[in-house]
Design a protein around this ligand. Structure first.
Ligand SMILES: Cc1ncc(COP(=O)(O)O)c(C=O)c1O
Length: 404
């Protein structure tokens, strides 16, 4: 018998990152590929203690089915957290606890998009968002970025064009702070302009902020959610990078009308996110452990970012350029135009080093000479050795190609 699969998976690309994770465990292999937080940051002892407490004091509830929208006590803590960290004023009824923000991305697309509907994204953008939007058959219109983030002038022109063709985009997706994959932070001016565009054309903004707390330098900028007075913004948050990803805890914040639809869909999807994980996350926030955890992660990651920037200065050929992120987990390098980074990856893996090639993050598939480099996972000496290997390889390839 042959399965007759639905069309919904047709466009989804197999994850280059998942393939790479296979190599990450091989001895001596240096992977700049994954997007995993460093396990040294996991608050192991605190979580062990919290789990014990939850089972002892709340076992009957924590192991039971829960509300679709999420544990009320956790939503109250999330409300306090986003106010304290990002100055976002919200209410429990506007918050839904999700199984990671990845679920938020999938669900919001399901709630808003009909097959073929246009949406706006950054170019490049988060690979998991591309999968979630592809699975819902959204037509992605990706907007070029520069050092200040999404080129909002180009976004406006694209929205104007699409609207005049009767294809007004359903939403605008952005990762304004320490973007995945580029590490770039959108400037204040662009943030304001994007909110203005969203209001003018009445298009919801989706702001995804998994890395905002991981700042190593520079000043915090206001989130779109606080700049927008018309409540046009859907905000995605997660505990993956500031606690651990294994509990799969994230949250979506939005206008009540949107949240109600989202809840309806979530009932069909999983009834609710893990009640046990929610109790653990609740205690993690309530006890203030997150506030001790974040500075530790920042201290660890800042050194690694600095090490990678130094190694790039030293080892990458002069024809290359790269971003200098103020936070997050990634930087984005662009190499000689003649080098295809997807092809180069095979040679890099042979040399014992990996990255994710640019086109994995490109809705328009136009990032063929770029790569995303993760700096949070490897040891500092691995960062130097890995970047040296990559630099040599790029230099060699550029030379070979040029001499042909
Ligand atoms: C921009 C962005 N959004 C969403 C996610 C999904 O995170 P999670 O599902 O672990 O919350 C990630 C993970 O790397 C990400 O980088």
């Amino acid at each position: 018998m042959q399965f007759r699969f639905s069309d919904s998976l047709k466009n989804i690309r197999p994850s280059e990152i998942r393939e790479l994770l296979k190599y990450a465990s091989a001895k001596d292999f240096i992977s700049f590929g994954g997007g995993m937080p460093n396990p040294l940051t996991f608050p192991m002892n605190d979580i062990r203690e919290i789990m014990d407490y939850v089972l002892t004091d709340y076992g009957a509830l924590a192991l039971q089915y829960g509300n679709t929208g999420g544990l009320n006590e956790l939503r109250t803590e999330i409300k306090k957290l986003v106010l304290e960290t990002e100055k976002i004023k919200t209410d429990e009824k506007n918050i839904i606890v999700t199984s990671g923000s990845q679920q938020g991305l999938y669900e919001l697309a399901k709630v808003l998009v009909n097959p073929g509907d246009a949406i706006i994204t950054e170019e490049p953008t988060y690979v998991g968002a591309i999968s979630a939007f592809d699975a819902n058959k959204a037509e992605m219109h990706s907007i070029q970025m520069d050092n200040e983030g999404m080129r909002t002038d180009l976004a406006e022109a694209e929205i104007k064009k699409l609207t005049s063709e009767g294809k007004k985009p359903k939403f605008i997706y952005t990762i304004p702070t320490f973007q995945n994959p580029t590490g770039i932070t959108m400037s204040l001016e662009r943030r304001k302009h994007l909110v203005e565009i969203a209001n003018q054309y009445e298009i919801p903004l989706v702001e995804d902020n998994p890395y905002g707390e991981l700042r190593y330098s520079g000043e915090r900028l206001p989130m779109l959610s606080t700049l927008d007075k018309d409540s046009n913004v859907i905000y995605l948050g997660t505990f993956s990078k500031v606690m651990c990803p294994g509990l799969r805890m994230g949250y979506t914040i939005g206008p009540e009308e949107f949240v109600n639809k989202f809840n309806l869909l979530k009932q069909a999807l999983d009834l609710s996110s893990s009640t046990f994980s929610q109790y653990v996350a609740w205690q993690y926030l309530k006890r203030g452990i997150i506030k001790q955890q974040i500075p530790k992660s920042i201290e660890l990651y800042r050194k690694k970012r600095d090490a990678m920037l130094k190694a790039l200065d030293e080892y990458f050929p002069e024809t290359s350029t790269w971003s200098r992120p103020d936070g997050g987990m990634f930087l984005w390098a662009t190499v000689d135009k003649k080098i295809n980074t997807t092809e180069l990856l095979k040679d890099a893996v042979q040399e014992g080093v990996a990255y994710v090639s640019g086109n994995a993050f490109s809705p328009a598939r136009i990032q063929s000479n770029s790569m995303r480099l993760n700096f949070t996972f490897s040891e500092e000496d691995q960062i130097y050795r890995g970047i040296e290997k990559l630099g040599n390889l790029i230099g060699k390839k550029a030379g070979v190609v040029q001499s042909q």
